[in-house]
Ligand binder design. Structure first.
Ligand code: OKP
Ligand code: ZN
Length: 347
């Protein structure tokens, strides 16, 4: 397996996120990825490769150009407000909810941050743009690697920040550019007629769902904590099936907090069946290991050994596959669990 790792991921290093009226240390830290890299090296899994430059034309097709422009200049705009801001992170504080306008381009910086985000848990930092674009490059390169003739059947975009909560024009849920969506679009561009995205992070992949919601060429499937109690709360319900050309091309499989591996696997199999029926030519697996029983912000009960079986089941799809790294916050176990999936996948 080719593994594209993000050599500048640690430049995205948020200080604090808002939680219950307090600023608390970020869960999504550089250490997460270092544990994965260590585990892969120790077990000799995959060939690690740095990505090329991100294809910004592709990034601007999956995301809106005005959002990409915002992200690129956000840090400079923040410092221009006050040089002392260099020691702080950007956190949104105001949002245009129902009835407000989304077609305006406010000059006020806080208003612009709110227009392009949906939560106050995702600090935008000095290095966010550089890390997120290098991560996007990992995803695009992984997709192109499995598309080439004589190609490997699977590749991984081993990056942070994660991506699956980022929509066409917003960040949130620790995500800025949607790596899984970029991989799916890159697979389409490289000739796959039909692509499936299978999201097995604990949290619903709202960004990926919304990006492809009206498209019939990309099936989005997500197995996740029931949004009536779990983040991201406002999307991810079972009745969301796609719209227009995309009708029938979105499948949400929400599960109650407390779900164990036996029940979780049944939902995974339902998702895998849907991908088979869709006759996908390639699959993107948005891999979060926050389904782990020890995860500090999630409530499923998977154990480390279960991840071998997860990998083996995914391999049974028999499709060219791109893995993207999403969540997983039990820092020391993130590496073990990701390595277990990849080992199980390799068989
Ligand atoms: C990102 B990914 C916990 C608040 C939760 C957002 C969670 C984002 C998860 N104190 N905040 O899907 O793993
Ligand atoms: Zn998650």
């Amino acid at each position: 397996m080719h593994i594209f790792h993000n050599p500048v991921h640690s430049k995205h290093d948020g200080r604090q996120e808002m939680f219950r009226g307090k600023l608390v240390p970020c869960h999504e830290t550089p250490a997460r990825l270092e544990y994965v890299l260590d585990a892969l090296r120790q077990r000799g899994i995959g060939a690690l490769q740095a990505p090329s430059a991100a294809d910004m034309d592709l990034v601007r097709r999956v995301h809106s150009p005005r959002y990409v422009d915002f992200l690129q200049s956000a840090w400079a705009d923040w410092i221009a407000l006050d040089p002392a801001n260099a020691d702080l992170d950007i956190l949104p504080s105001v949002w245009p909810v129902r009835g407000f306008r989304h077609d305006i381009s406010p000059t006020n910086f806080a208003a612009r941050v709110g227009l392009f985000s949906f939560d106050s848990g995702s600090p935008l930092t000095a290095g966010t743009w550089e890390a997120a674009t290098a991560g996007a490059a990992c995803a695009i390169d992984a997709a192109r690697a499995v598309s080439a003739t004589g190609s490997p059947r699977a590749a991984m975009a081993l990056t942070r920040p994660p991506g699956h909560h980022a929509g066409a024009d917003f960040f949130g849920g620790y995500c800025f550019l949607n790596n899984a969506a970029l991989a799916a679009q890159a697979l389409r561009d490289a000739g796959a007629e039909r692509v499936a995205v299978l999201d097995i992070d604990y949290h619903h992949g709202n960004g990926t769902q919304s990006i492809f919601y009206e498209r019939g060429d990309v099936l989005t499937v997500s197995v996740h904590g029931d949004p009536s109690t779990e983040y991201p709360f406002f999307l991810g319900y079972a009745d969301e099936a796609g719209q227009g050309d995309g009708t029938g091309c979105n499948l949400n499989l929400p599960l109650a907090a407390g779900t164990d591996f036996a029940t979780w696997t049944q939902a995974l199999d339902t998702g895998i069946d849907a991908i088979r029926r869709f006759k996908a030519d390639a699959v993107v697996i948005a891999l979060g290991v926050d389904t782990y029983e020890g995860d500090p912000i999630s409530k499923f009960k998977l154990q480390s050994a279960d991840y071998f079986l997860v990998g083996a089941r995914l391999a049974q799809l028999g499709l060219p596959a791109v893995f993207t790294m999403e969540g997983g916050y039990a820092v020391a176990e993130v590496g073990i669990n990701v390595a277990n999936v990849l080992e199980g996948y390799a068989g």
